[in-house]
Design a protein around this ligand. Structure first.
Ligand code: CA
Length: 220
């Protein structure tokens, strides 16, 4: 899951990014409203955390512009406590939820998880494919009765395949959702993770579709 943080308070943005990265999300940060709008329009984000008071373009306008352009990415707005800006106005412009500063990090993570789940149209966070069971809320993986221990990145790669089980997922789609835009390394890193997942899970579980990507196969 890839998140965009649009927040001009750099220390706050950085600490949020660190925390959310540790939770296993790929996180990009921009500090300006205009850049945020550009990035949210171009990127493939699963969720946008959007401050209201921003240089360039304020959060309401970023949100309204994204919705006007047809982007349905979930938006969590960060509002100031002084009440200068109205939370209702944030929701009117198309935000999905809001959080008043200062907020607890635990609450932020809970809201993010809830929004990501809601986006799955009430879908269960537990995905079962044959003997493979992936709980995307608890971030746990089971093969039959046995729990398989994965690193956060390994889990994130598997999650992309599980969310689209039976479909071909390209290497660049996996890169976009699992690595942040600061990643400038070799895109073949995805292959390394796929081979680790095959070793930890089962060799035939993830098929390579030559020239197209990877597909998660349900076991017979
Ligand atoms: Ca601000």
């Amino acid at each position: 899951m890839r998140l965009l943080i649009v927040e001009d308070e750099k220390r706050l943005a950085l600490s949020l990014a660190r925390g959310l990265t540790a939770e296993g999300y790929a996180v990009d940060v921009v500090h300006d409203g205009r850049e945020g709008l550009h990035q949210a329009s171009e990127g493939t984000y699963d969720l946008v955390i959007l401050d209201i008071m921003l240089p360039g373009l304020n959060g309401y306008r970023v949100c309204a512009a994204l919705r006007a352009a047809g982007h349905e990415v979930p938006i969590l707005m960060l509002t100031a406590k002084d009440g200068e800006y109205d939370e209702a106005e944030g929701l009117d412009t198309g935000a999905d939820d809001y959080l008043t500063k200062p907020f607890s990090y635990v609450v932020l993570v809970a809201r993010i998880k809830a929004l990501l789940r809601r986006r799955g149209a009430g879908a269960s966070p537990v995905h079962v494919h044959g003997d493979l069971k992936v709980d995307t809320a608890a971030r746990r993986v089971f093969l039959g009765e046995d729990e398989v221990s994965l690193t956060t990145k390994e889990f994130s790669v598997l999650e992309q395949l599980v969310l689209r089980a039976g479909e071909v997922v390209s290497k660049s789609e996996i890169l976009e959702h699992v690595w942040d835009f600061a990643y400038e390394g070799d895109p073949n890193i995805v292959e390394v993770y796929i081979s680790t997942l095959r070793r930890k899970l089962r060799p035939g579980l993830i098929r390579t579709v030559r020239g197209a990507g990877y597909r998660l196969e349900a076991s017979p």
